[in-house]
Design a protein around this ligand. Structure first.
Ligand SMILES: Cc1ncc(C[n+]2csc(CCOP(=O)(O)OP(=O)(O)O)c2C)c(N)n1
Ligand SMILES: [Mg+2]
Length: 348
C-alpha cells in the first residue's frame, strides 16, 4: 500500500500545501467571471449527478469523472471559436460542456438515448459536438493528439486564424505518438494548442512512479515548443495563460503547450475514491480539495464584494435546477432503434 504525500516537493505548483494556493488572481470583467463560475458549476453538478446515477444503477457505461479539474476546460474555452477544432479523451465531460453548456445531450448519451451527442451509441468516452467545434473524444490514450495536429494542418492550409486544441493527461505524455505530434506540429509551425491536464495520476499510478519529475513541460522544451506551467485550479491563471497561448498561435507563431497542474477528486473511473485499489489518497485529497477551483473563484468574488451571498444562492439553485431538469428529460427520452445501430455501423 502506497501513501502519497507531496511534502518534500520543491516545485510549489505541485505542493498542495503551498501558501500560494490561497491566492486567487483577478482577471477580466466581473460579468465574465460570473459566466465562468456558472460554467464550472454546470460541469461540477452534471458530473455529481452522473456519479449519483451510477451509484443508483441507472448509468451503465464507464464514466471518468473530472470533478476538481473544471477550471481548465472553462478557462481554455473562453478563447475558443466554433470554427476551431477541439479534441478530448476519456475524461472529457468538462471539455464538451464548457463549449456547449448542453448537459441534456451528455446525459442522454450516458443513458444510451437517441438524443445523446453520439445518438446513445458512444457513452461517456465518445462525445462529439461539431457545431461547437468539439470534434470528439476517444478512450485510447493519446489517440486524438495526432488528429488535432492534422486539424491544425488543415487550419494552416485554409490560411485561417483557427486553431486546434488537444486535451490529454499526464499519462498520455508516455505515448510515443505524443512526441511525434509535438515534433510534427513544431516543424510545420502548426496552430495547435497542447493542453496537458496533469492530475498526477494515470489510472492508479502516481507520476513519480512513471516519470523522473512531476512536470511534463520538458517535453515541449525538447521540441522547441513554447510552453507554460500553470496552476490549473485557478481559473484566472488558466484564463491568463490561455490568452497568451491563443494570441501566440493565432498570430501565426506555431504550436503552444500549457501544462495545467490539477487533481481529480474521484477514482480513475466511476464515482468512488481510489482507496478501494490500494491508494491512500485521503490525506492528500483533502489538501487538494482546499484548492477547489470553484470555491476559490467564489471566495474571490465575495471578497471583492462582486457577488453577494444571496446572489450566489440564486445562481447555485438556478444551475441545480437546470441539471435536474436536463436529467429528467434525458431519462424519459427514446432509445435508438436496432435499425439505427445497424445503419450507423455499416455505410450501406
Ligand atoms: C493506449 C492506451 N493504453 C492504456 C489505456 C488504459 N487507460 C485508460 S485511461 C489511462 C490513464 C490515462 O492517464 P492520463 O493520461 O493521465 O489521464 P487521466 O485519466 O489522469 O485524466 C489508461 C492507462 C488506454 N485506454 N489506451
Ligand atoms: Mg492523469
Amino acid at each position: 500500500m502506497k501513501k502519497y504525500s507531496n511534502k518534500s516537493v520543491s516545485d510549489e505548483l505541485f505542493n498542495p500545501e503551498s501558501p500560494i494556493f490561497g491566492i486567487q488572481l483577478t482577471y477580466d470583467s466581473i460579468e465574465s467571471q460570473i459566466k465562468h463560475l456558472k460554467s464550472m458549476l454546470v460541469i461540477r453538478y452534471a458530473e455529481e449527478k452522473i456519479a449519483n446515477e451510477i451509484i443508483a444503477g441507472n448509468v451503465k457505461c464507464p464514466c471518468h469523472l473530472g470533478i476538481g479539474q473544471e477550471a481548465i476546460a472553462v478557462g481554455v474555452s473562453a478563447f475558443l471559436r466554433k470554427s476551431d477544432s477541439v479534441f478530448g479523451a476519456h475524461r472529457s465531460h468538462s471539455h464538451f460542456l464548457a463549449l456547449n453548456n448542453d448537459p441534456y445531450s451528455l446525459f442522454a448519451e450516458v443513458l444510451g438515448r437517441i438524443d445523446g451527442c453520439s445518438h446513445g451509441m458512444g457513452g461517456s468516452m465518445h462525445l462529439i459536438d461539431k457545431d461547437n467545434g468539439f470534434y470528439g473524444s476517444v478512450p485510447i490514450v493519446g489517440a486524438t493528439i495526432p488528429i488535432a495536429v492534422g486539424a491544425g494542418f488543415a487550419h494552416k492550409m485554409e490560411k485561417s486564424t483557427n486553431l486546434s486544441v488537444t486535451y490529454f493527461g499526464d499519462g498520455a505524455t508516455e505515448e510515443g505518438v505524443f512526441h511525434e505530434s509535438l515534433n510534427l506540429a513544431k516543424i510545420n509551425e502548426l496552430p495547435v494548442l497542447f493542453i496537458c491536464e496533469n492530475n498526477l495520476f494515470a489510472s492508479h499510478m502516481h507520476i513519480l512512479e512513471r516519470q523522473p519529475t512531476y512536470s511534463t513541460v520538458r517535453y515541449a522544451k525538447a521540441h522547441n515548443v513554447q510552453s507554460l506551467l500553470v496552476d490549473g485550479n485557478d481559473l484566472a491563471a488558466v484564463y491568463n495563460a490561455t490568452k497568451i497561448a491563443t494570441d501566440y498561435i493565432r498570430s501565426g507563431n506555431g504550436p503552444f503547450y500549457i501544462e495545467f497542474v490539477t487533481y481529480r477528486w474521484k477514482g480513475h473511473v466511476g464515482p468512488s475514491d481510489d482507496n478501494d485499489v490500494g491508494l491512500l489518497r485521503n490525506e492528500v485529497l483533502e489538501i487538494w480539495k482546499k484548492r477547489d477551483p470553484i470555491k476559490r473563484l467564489i471566495n474571490s468574488l465575495k471578497t471583492s464584494q462582486s457577488i453577494l451571498e444571496s446572489e450566489f444562492g440564486l445562481i447555485d439553485s438556478e444551475i441545480k435546477k437546470f441539471i435536474e431538469e436536463s436529467w429528467e428529460k434525458a431519462k424519459v427520452s427514446e432509445y435508438p432503434s436496432k435499425d439505427f445501430l445497424y445503419n450507423n455501423t455499416y455505410s450501406n
